[in-house]
Design a protein around this ligand. Structure first.
Ligand SMILES: [Zn+2]
Length: 82
């Protein structure tokens, strides 16, 4: 088993986005894991990026709620009455 290299904050942050996208190789993500488990400031940075990413994904995936569609349809229907 290969030993996990100790990396510094700069290196960890540089790889953070790829880490969250799970695009880092196994070795590198272990290194980031290792750093995050020992560094509180990078850990909270990672949590922040993760939440941000999650929110962006949710926003992209979100469909127009049915109630809003209904409201728009009703608006159109009323306008067409005149
Ligand atoms: Zn750090």
């Amino acid at each position: 088993m290969s030993k996990i290299r100790q990396i510094g904050c700069e290196e960890a942050l540089k790889q953070l986005l790829e880490y969250l996208d799970q695009e880092l190789g196994e070795q590198h993500s272990h290194e980031v894991d290792q750093h995050l488990s020992t560094c509180r400031s990078c850990y909270s940075r990672m949590e922040f990026e993760k939440r941000l990413k999650q929110r962006l994904q949710d926003a992209g995936r979100q469909e127009v709620p049915d109630t809003l569609k209904d409201r728009i349809n009703r608006l159109f229907a009323e306008q067409n009455k005149n």
